[in-house]
Design a protein around this ligand. Structure first.
Ligand SMILES: [Zn+2]
Length: 345
């Protein structure tokens, strides 16, 4: 007696699509569509020999049906085919994704959104740099010399306590020398190079996106990588700042080009970001709790899909389409894994 093994079944209404093989007939596949509910109705296709079973799923009519039975052998093939279609245009995308991506359904959906978007904009905060061995000068445990950075990273300190200001920023710049861009920065830079990402806006001043290779960036709070005179604004080098020498033009005190407490935000970077976000099909917010205005206004500018990646769910009062909790590096790595599964044919 012949025994049959089902590796795929999907159905909609009174129609069922099945792929089976005879157990003793390894490497030979049969496909049939059953119309109606009668047991044993429908014609089996002629046997397909020596092909991968996924080949029988090349036409995607099954996407209009509900998954019924799927052998895990088919997962890689089904995953790739699912990522190739736009979730927004396919009514049953989610139920198939639940079935074939399991716990990774959300990172897979993020990958699909990115793959099918015309423009993607990224907003990053401190959370993307935590895996870069950067001390957090803002956290209470990381306060430099137990001084609240609000008092030293300020116009007040620059003007009246330059020595303190200078040693604070010298310490931060020296600490940056030990930091390296991490996996998360690298993936975003690779997505930009692959034309998946059009702008990376960051609240960070560490310059790690640029060091990883991102070129289309907006630094919303300035940068620790460039310096100028606090009096005449002439640009200056890092070494001149660290040595504590004065401006070569007027002798004024040098400073890093970061936004200090008491200073306005850099208008050009903010305008560029708002414009890019308004036009984006997908906005990815990474490693920021979005607690501070005006950064918390950024996600509200877009009509596109919004993806939130953070170690906790702070900031999720925003209306995000997808919330992915975990370290920025590991979540981005998993999303990138799905993207590469489609790109590498
Ligand atoms: Zn000067």
């Amino acid at each position: 007696m012949t025994s049959w093994e089902t590796i795929f079944a999907a159905g909609a209404g009174r129609e069922t699509l099945e792929i089976k093989r005879k157990v003793e007939d390894e490497g030979t596949w049969y496909r049939r569509i059953i119309r109606g509910l009668e047991e044993g109705s429908g014609q089996w296709s002629s046997p397909e020999k020596n092909i991968l079973p996924g080949t029988l799923l090349e036409d995607t009519s099954w996407l209009a049906m509900h998954p019924i039975e799927l052998d895990s052998e088919l997962y890689p093939d089904l995953q790739k085919r699912l990522l190739e279609v736009d979730p927004e245009r396919t009514r049953l995308w989610s139920s198939w994704a639940q079935a074939v991506f399991g716990e990774e359904v959300d990172t897979a959906m993020a990958a699909a959104f990115i793959l099918h978007a015309g423009t993607v904009c990224v907003l990053t905060g401190a959370g993307i740099s935590t895996e870069s061995n950067l001390p957090d000068f803002r956290s209470s445990s990381g306060w430099w010399r137990k001084i609240d950075p609000k008092t030293v990273a300020s116009v007040e300190a620059l003007t009246n306590e330059y020595e303190l200001f200078h040693s604070f920023y010298s310490a931060r710049i020296t600490a940056l020398k030990q930091a390296e861009p991490n996996n998360g920065h690298d993936i975003l830079a690779a997505w930009e190079a692959g034309e998946l990402v059009q702008l990376t806006a960051t609240q960070n001043v560490d310059g790690l996106h640029q060091r990883a290779g991102s070129q289309k960036t907006a630094e919303l709070h300035g940068s620790l990588a460039s310096f100028s005179c606090s009096v005449c604004h002439e640009s200056a080098g890092k070494d001149a700042f660290l040595e504590g020498v004065g401006c070569r033009v007027c002798g004024g005190n040098l400073r890093p080009d970061v936004v200090l407490f008491g200073e306005p935000l850099p208008q050009e970077a903010w305008e560029k970001t708002f414009e890019a976000v308004r036009n984006a099909d997908v906005l990815i917010v990474i490693g920021t709790s979005l607690e501070v205005a005006p950064a918390n206004q950024i996600p509200r500018q877009t009509r596109g899909r919004k993806i939130y990646i953070n170690k906790d769910r702070a900031g999720t009062w925003e209306d995000f389409d997808l919330i992915l909790t975990g370290s920025a590096g590991s979540v981005l790595k998993q999303i990138d894994f799905w993207i590469q599964a489609v790109k590498q044919k």
